[in-house]
Design a protein around this ligand. Structure first.
Ligand code: GCU
Length: 642
């Protein structure tokens, strides 16, 4: 296999540091990682790794306390100081990102520390290839980098390159297998454990702890017990023993990830127990070793009837979990999707995040672009994540209410890691925002461009192409907070009624008079009542509900006038026309970059932009035609709608 794309760590990114004299002081595995990085950089760029004498850069690790913080300052010499190896590694990459600026004018001491301890990527990888889903569930970048033929790959060089990329952006935990745990993958916990040990060894030098998704039914399916009841002593003993075995093999194992009683996965409900009973069972097995259980809040009834408007999937997570606040052990982290539905291009922030002050929470994002173009479309999601994490949900912003930010990764065996080469920026940006959600999305993209591409002339066109691409995607797919107008098979491309009468509870309720879901307390499902003030009232009222979420919260007639002054149906037409025009402009901007980015990158993106334009046009035509025919209202600007 050809060596993988260097992504944001090409040799050129190390030129400023690698052409200078550098000293690394300290011991320990992560300091060794930094020393090896410096050695490779200076070997490539003519600098020197020295023990004594004057230097341009000094990287000092004073101890081994596990701290992730570092300081950086410049007074003639640039100095990075940390008390833990992880801090030194992060400080080293900070200097790499600064580039020449790290060695320019003096600057006073700056303190850097992550804003939260948990920065995690989950991989929905299966050990085997699934006939319909492929190997990576919702993966758009080829097969798993971890597994082949039912076990961990022999050659883990690609995993090592990936671990290095993640370490450089501060990701400190990874989940190694799909949250839907099939029979084969359940065995990672038991007889395939030696394989997991090999993965842990590859991640460890980059400050990353590994996690396994486990099946709640494992005591039955793997252990042969008659029950998986969380209160059964035999079940407890089974988990205690299995967990002790994992820690004997992987002393820094991070813990478990669990999808329980959700979309067919087993869970505590079968035994009349609660999610807290289930989570605490695993938490207590992990606690003696310092492990954590990430228990997912994505629980809802997936056997709904569209005629029954009282069941609202958006309510489900709060209905299930808010009453359990305070019942979870301290080493449980409840992992809550950012919105109440499922990773749509636009959703309100999940009210669960404000409802559980006595529970440790993590917010879950989707770097893999399941509903946002599947890495065929340019959809730069960092602005969306920034908006979510800084949303003032309960006085405090979402980012301040959670201990962790978790996301589903977007990588695979693809030569560019992510299918679409520009989707690398989403992976990079996830790590940077998980570290500090106050960073401006444009600044994060700027870092990515600066590291990835050598030619400074690409900076401006790439910003033009990517900065607003999430809004463009929203425009040609699902404006005003309507979601799920996708093909049920695969979730790619438009099918306005694709999910409309299905059992999954994802309806828009368009009829001849209007569209949208009434989630008000006054006349609808009452979902608005799950929000704290002021949002419960902001969303309840047609006067104050923001346009971009109007149809998420309200069912309105097509001639309802938005806060923007346009009617709902005209807004649908306008945004769909505009979205396609914006994609056509992306194609032009990219054409200008030929010769300025590597040829293979140019060719791949060019090909994918053609597909994006085709697909955006299809979205425009399907959606506009659907609403024209339903409503009978013509386009005020007389454009062609079929
Ligand atoms: C979505 C996705 C599934 C996934 C699920 C989850 O529904 O389509 O593939 O299993 O989310 O987050 O568990």
């Amino acid at each position: 296999m050809t060596s993988p794309d260097p992504a944001w760590l090409p040799a050129s990114a190390f030129r400023p540091l690698g052409s200078r004299r550098v000293r690394v002081v300290g011991d320990g595995p992560l300091v060794t990682t930094v020393r090896d990085e410096v050695a490779a950089a200076v070997a490539g760029h003519g600098g020197a790794l020295v023990e004594d004498g004057p230097v341009d850069l000094e990287l000092v690790c004073a101890g081994g306390d596990g701290s992730e913080a570092f300081t950086v300052e410049r007074a003639g010499t640039t100095a990075v100081r940390a008390t833990g190896g992880a801090g030194l590694l992060y400080g080293f990459h900070h200097v790499v990102r600064l580039g020449e600026a790290a060695f320019g004018a003096d600057f006073p001491v700056e303190h850097h520390a992550p804003r939260r301890p948990v920065r995690m990527l989950d991989h929905w990888d299966n050990t085997e290839v699934h006939p319909v889903m492929g190997q990576v569930e919702r993966g758009y970048a080829g097969d798993s980098i971890f597994y082949a033929d039912g076990r961990v790959r022999d050659d883990l060089s690609r995993v090592a390159a990936y671990a290095r990329l993640l370490g450089s952006i501060g990701v400190n935990r990874v989940g190694l297998n799909n949250v839907n745990v099939h029979r084969a993958e359940a065995r990672l916990l038991t007889d395939l454990l030696p394989d997991v040990v090999r993965l842990a060894e590859v991640f460890r030098p980059h400050g990353i702890r590994v996690h396994l998704s486990v099946s709640f039914a494992a005591p039955v399916t793997l252990g042969g017990l008659p029950t998986a009841d969380p209160l059964d002593p035999g079940v407890r003993r089974w988990w205690d023993r299995a967990t002790a075995d994992v820690y004997a093999a992987i002393p820094d194992f991070g813990g478990y990830v669990v999808k329980a009683d959700s979309e067919g996965q087993p869970g505590p409900f079968a035994y009349g127990r609660t999610h807290a009973d289930g989570a605490n069972l695993l938490a207590r097995a992990l606690a003696p070793f310092g492990g954590t259980v990430f228990w997912r809040a994505f629980v809802y009834d997936h056997h709904q009837d569209w005629r029954d408007r009282t069941t609202d999937r958006a309510r489900a997570a709060h209905d299930h979990f808010a009453p359990l606040d305070g019942a979870f052990d301290p080493n449980v982290v409840l992992q809550v999707k950012y919105g109440p539905m499922d990773f749509q291009a636009r959703e309100p922030v999940s009210p669960v995040i404000a409802a559980m002050p006595r529970t440790r929470l993590a917010v879950e994002l989707q770097v893999t672009q399941e509903y946002t173009g599947q890495q065929k479309h340019v959809c730069h999601l960092v602005p969306q994540w920034r908006e979510i994490l800084r949303f003032p949900l309960a006085g405090d912003a979402v980012g301040d209410l959670v201990d962790g930010v978790v996301a589903v990764s977007n990588v695979g065996r693809d030569r560019f890691w992510t299918g679409h080469p520009l989707a690398q920026a989403n992976l990079f940006g996830f790590g940077r925002l998980a570290w500090d959600d106050r960073l401006a999305p444009e600044a994060v993209l700027d870092e990515w461009i600066g590291l990835t591409f050598d030619d400074p002339a690409v900076r401006e066109p790439l910003h033009e192409l990517m900065d607003g691409s999430w809004h463009t995607y929203e425009r040609y797919t699902a404006p005003l907070g309507v979601g799920f107008m996708v093909n049920p098979a695969g979730h790619y491309g438009p099918a306005v009624d694709g999910y409309e009468y299905s059992r999954w509870g994802t309806y828009h309720f368009a009829d001849r008079d209007g569209v949208g879901v009434d989630r008000t307390r006054a006349t609808g499902t009452g979902f608005t009542g799950q929000y704290p003030a002021p949002w419960r009232d902001v969303y309840e009222s047609l006067e104050t509900c923001p346009d971009e979420l109007l149809l998420f919260f309200h069912h309105v007639p097509y001639d309802h006038v938005l806060r923007s002054g346009t009617t709902v149906v005209q807004h649908i037409y306008d945004t769909h026309f505009a979205g396609v025009e914006e994609v056509a402009r992306m194609v032009e901007v990219w054409a200008e970059l030929e010769g300025r980015v590597p040829d293979a990158v140019h060719a791949r993106v060019e090909e994918l932009l053609a597909e994006q334009l085709r697909c955006a046009t299809e979205w425009r035509d399907q959606v506009n035609t659907y609403f024209f025919r339903k409503s009978g209202v013509p386009d005020a600007r007389g454009r062609r709608i079929h």
